[in-house]
Write a protein that binds this ligand. Sequence first.
Ligand SMILES: CC(C)(COP(=O)(O)OP(=O)(O)OC[C@H]1O[C@@H](n2cnc3c(N)ncnc32)[C@H](O)[C@@H]1OP(=O)(O)O)[C@@H](O)C(=O)NCCC(=O)NCCS
Length: 226
Amino acid sequence: MPQSSEANKLTFEIHRAQSAVVEDLARLHMEVFTPEDNIPALLGPRYVRATYRWFVISKRAYTLIAVARGNVVGLVAVTDTSFTTPLFRASFLELLRSLAKKPLILFQKRLWQRLARGDKSSTRLRKRIVNDRRVAQLAVIIVKKEFRGQGIFPALIDAAKAISKGRGSRAIRAGVYKENRQSRRAFEKVGWIEMPELEANNLVFYVTYLDSEFAEEMRASAGQFS
Ligand SMILES: CC(C)(COP(=O)(O)OP(=O)(O)OC[C@H]1O[C@@H](n2cnc3c(N)ncnc32)[C@H](O)[C@@H]1OP(=O)(O)O)[C@@H](O)C(=O)NCCC(=O)NCCS
């Protein structure tokens, strides 16, 4: 891109991630998430690396990084449509390797809940949004702990919105664990709207519209389908 911003005296830049930083992205992921709260972290660093490789190189996705003092201190990965199935395919070998290495993971109920969730649509509005090829999906967003609250999250979100709009998306949705209060607060602060229609298991979904016509369309659909 690149774009720079200054908030609370911290200077950072937002760039498009290239393959060379995949290792840094995986490391940041493993630093922030624990196997208890995140399925990829449960599957291990090799699996996490495989997922970021796909987020970086796939034509259906892009990843942005925030760089401060020469280090990757934040990231956001966005896919043009739902990512569950293509990501599952792209990282399947690493999934098998992880399971072969740690077979006890197979007894974890949340692994099956995650795999079974896919993007099954329960309501007509949910189906409409989930299957709409113009609705991008924010797969993951992270700010390194010591860099939080300094404007990196809103800068990553603004840059992602501009890029997704340029790629033809009309909205972006993001799934967040219900109990992840900090993340929910961060999305709410930048104006994303919670969509109870998309709620699944322990995930809540937030949406931001990239064009007002589409926002109107979805509002009308919500009324029509409620
Ligand atoms: C989500 C995340 C990227 C936000 O980055 P950030 O730099 O903290 O974002 P912001 O500073 O813009 O906003 C965070 C808000 O949450 C608030 N917050 C912090 N901890 C909180 C908590 N335990 N409960 C509720 N709100 C909390 C902050 O105070 C701030 O709100 P405020 O400005 O009104 O005080 C960062 O917290 C993170 O990396 N979390 C781990 C990864 C993650 O869960 N990602 C999201 C799912 S993919």
